[in-house]
Design a protein around this ligand. Structure first.
Ligand SMILES: [Zn+2]
Length: 283
């Protein structure tokens, strides 16, 4: 920080930056589970993806509490009020595909409204999009803690098929997305790479790495009470409504994939998975 900036900050009494843990990776990689584990920390609030706000307003995504409109939700109605005090509204935050249309002031105001509504100090955004991440990285007063979560490619492809999609695009996407996110990690050396399987097997160790990057201490309630902690994430899978705090590693892909599918996925993506694991400090 230059002396000049320092002086300006002293004069204006500028607040500390808003810290945002930003989850990157493919869909169905464990982002909902991770968002909830983080949300269970007393100083952290998970909002789901900021990209989902326009869908929430149009009734196409609902809040984890069951609300289908901000006015029905205790949390999002408070975010709306806090935004209103800054002359903004949730409707003015239509982020589009990559949030390119949003200016830094609006984004900062939105994050501050989230902190005011929740009483938290750190926000978790599960938007996953790299373009939105890059837009956010340029916003002054927002400090990003990027987290890349990935699965075993066979589990990832099986999850995609569960949604009625064929595995072929999923195989290709795994390869491309893994490469792109790791490349982004080179520009952000603080990026934390997390294996979904490792998170399920040793949540304390894996969550601990993320909390450390966010400058917070892991709290036991994150592991023992995440299912009971109030949550208002937009979007996410069925885990967003789980009331149980048990973490079960989903290995159903072993039965759901045919032998040749496992062989094909491994042939294309084994090395990408290895590189992801290496980035996560595994093996
Ligand atoms: Zn809600």
């Amino acid at each position: 920080m230059s002396l000049k900036t320092e002086n300006i900050q002293l004069k204006t009494g500028r607040e500390t930056p808003v810290k945002v843990i930003y989850l990157l990776g493919l869909g169905h990689s464990g982002t909902t589970l991770l968002g909830r584990l983080l949300n269970a920390h007393s100083q952290v609030v998970a909002t789901g993806g900021t990209k989902n706000i326009p869908l929430f307003l149009r009734g196409r995504k609902d809040c984890a509490c069951g609300a289908t409109q901000p006015a029905e939700c205790v949390f999002w109605s408070q975010v709306e009020t806090a935004l209103g005090q800054q002359g903004l509204s949730l409707a003015s935050l239509d982020v589009g595909y990559d949030a390119k249309a949003l200016d830094g002031d609006s984004l900062r105001a939105y994050f501050k409204a989230v902190l005011a509504a929740s009483g938290a100090r750190v926000i978790v955004d599960t938007s996953r999009r790299r373009g939105y991440f890059s837009s956010l990285a340029k916003v002054e007063g927002v400090e990003l803690v990027p987290v890349h979560i990935f699965k075993d490619p066979r589990a990832q492809c099986a999850s995609m098929r569960r949604k009625g999609r064929t595995i072929f695009p999923a195989i290709w996407n795994y390869r491309m997305r893994s490469r792109r996110v790791r490349a982004l990690g080179e520009a952000f050396p603080g990026m934390v790479h997390v294996s979904y399987e490792a998170l399920c097997r040793d949540p304390r160790a894996q969550l601990g790495r993320i909390m450390q990057a966010a400058g917070l201490e892991l709290e036991d309630t994150q592991l023992t009470q995440w299912g009971e902690t109030e949550v208002h994430i937009l979007g996410g899978n069925r885990q967003r409504r789980s009331r149980s705090s048990e973490i079960c590693l989903d290995e159903s892909w072993q039965q759901r994939l045919r032998g040749w599918e496992k062989t094909l996925i491994s042939a294309v993506n084994r090395s990408e998975h290895r590189r992801n694991l290496a980035a996560a400090g595994i093996r």
